[in-house]
Design a protein. Structure first.
Length: 111
C-alpha cells in the first residue's frame, strides 16, 4: 500500500541528466583547474579526495568510483594525495556542487 508521499515521488530515472551524461565522458577525470577548463567545466558536481595515487584504471578504487559516478552523469574531479597540513590543496578544483567524497585510500583497510 502506497502513501500519498510515496506516490508523489519522482522516479530516479525521470530527472534531467547531469552535465556529463548529456555531453559525454572525460578522457581522464580532472585533477587541476586547467584540466577542467579543457573539458569546458565551470565546476565539479563531486570531488573525490584520496590518499592514493590517481591512475585511471579499474584496479584503483577512486578511479572506479569516479567513473561510476561519471556514468551516472556527474562531473567528477579527483584530488590525489593532498598535503593534509594545509587547506590549499583541497581548494584546487573549487567548491563541488554536491559533495566531497573522502577516503584514506588502500592504507585504511590494511592498518
Amino acid at each position: 500500500m502506497q502513501t500519498t508521499a510515496q506516490s508523489s515521488l519522482k522516479a530516479i530515472n525521470k530527472y534531467r541528466p547531469y552535465w556529463a551524461k548529456r555531453f559525454g565522458t572525460a578522457p581522464m577525470l580532472p585533477m587541476t583547474r586547467q584540466e577542467m577548463d579543457v573539458l569546458g567545466w565551470d565546476s565539479c558536481d563531486i570531488i573525490l579526495v584520496t590518499g592514493d595515487a590517481y591512475i585511471d584504471h579499474p584496479s584503483f578504487g577512486m578511479a572506479l568510483v569516479g567513473r561510476l559516478l561519471e556514468d551516472q552523469g556527474f562531473r567528477v574531479g579527483i584530488i590525489s594525495q593532498p598535503d593534509w597540513s594545509s587547506a590549499e590543496p583541497f581548494k584546487v578544483l573549487g567548491k563541488p556542487n554536491l559533495y566531497f567524497g573522502i577516503t584514506a585510500g588502500n592504507m585504511d583497510s590494511m592498518v
